[in-house]
Design a protein around this ligand. Structure first.
Ligand SMILES: O=P(O)(O)OC[C@H]1O[C@H](OP(=O)(O)OP(=O)(O)O)[C@H](O)[C@@H]1O
Ligand SMILES: O=c1cc[nH]c(=O)[nH]1
Ligand SMILES: [Mg+2]
Length: 216
């Protein structure tokens, strides 16, 4: 069996609604931030399915003993927001994963070459091998930034099969690169858009996510 990148676009009305709000050029920053928070929340909820480690137990109810399934607290969980725009998804992701450790990674693309460079890296030197990692970045355009993030994670011991990417708008060039390099990886996104233009913007997309979140 050859592994392939799996890309899930959950058919959920809340995800569709907040994507439409985020796409609208007339949406002001304050509402755009709410849209990102909600998308972070619901896409993380979807991504947590079959990813959060659980353990079986029994609990004493007021009336009897019942079998129970609990989140396994011994498996480390990490969220890696790709600054700046990935911060927009973080608050919603944290409501679903309140105990996850947050490791910030600051990347910015050169406007001309579209090559990303790192200006902040709070990743630990080594992750424990079983660590579940959720990477947040609303835009997967040329894929340069996410490929950079995945290289930083895997060289620190992260297993791509235990990693989930949460994005909002994913474009074919990014998905192709991730598929070629990390075939076991799973992406959750609100939409897959048609193309990336010569300036590196996703079409139709939602514009510059970082600028719209922070009003710059
Ligand atoms: O797939 P790529 O072609 O690498 O593009 C995607 C990246 O571009 C944007 O970041 P940007 O460099 O604009 O930084 P920002 O988040 O601070 O605005 C976006 O938030 C992604 O990180
Ligand atoms: O369309 C795009 C592409 C990359 N980054 C953005 O913020 N928007
Ligand atoms: Mg930007």
């Amino acid at each position: 069996m050859t592994l392939q990148l799996r890309v899930y676009v959950p058919p959920h009305p809340l995800i569709k609604h907040w994507l439409a709000v985020a796409r609208d050029a007339a949406t002001p920053s304050v509402l755009f931030r709410s849209a990102m928070t909600e998308l972070g929340r619901w896409l993380t909820y979807e991504a947590a399915r079959e990813w959060l480690p659980t353990q079986e137990a029994t609990v004493q109810t007021p009336l009897d003993v019942s079998p129970a399934t609990l989140i396994d607290p011994t498996v480390p969980m990490a969220v890696v927001p790709i600054l700046r725009a990935g911060l927009g998804l973080l608050e919603g992701a944290q409501t679903v994963l309140p105990l996850a450790s947050i490791y910030h990674l600051g990347l910015v693309r050169d406007e001309k070459t579209l090559q990303p460079s790192t200006y902040l890296n709070k990743l630990p030197e080594k992750f424990q091998p079983q660590t579940r990692v959720l990477v947040t970045d609303p835009m997967l355009a040329t894929g340069g930034s996410m490929m950079n993030a995945m290289a930083e994670l895997t060289q620190r011991g992260i297993d791509p099969a235990l990693t989930r990417i949460v994005s909002v708008v994913a474009a074919p060039p990014a998905l192709q690169k991730l598929n070629d390099a990390y075939p076991g990886l799973i992406v959750y996104t609100a939409t897959i858009d048609a193309t990336v233009n010569n300036q590196g913007f996703i079409i139709p997309g939602l514009g510059d996510a970082g600028d719209r979140i922070f009003g710059t």
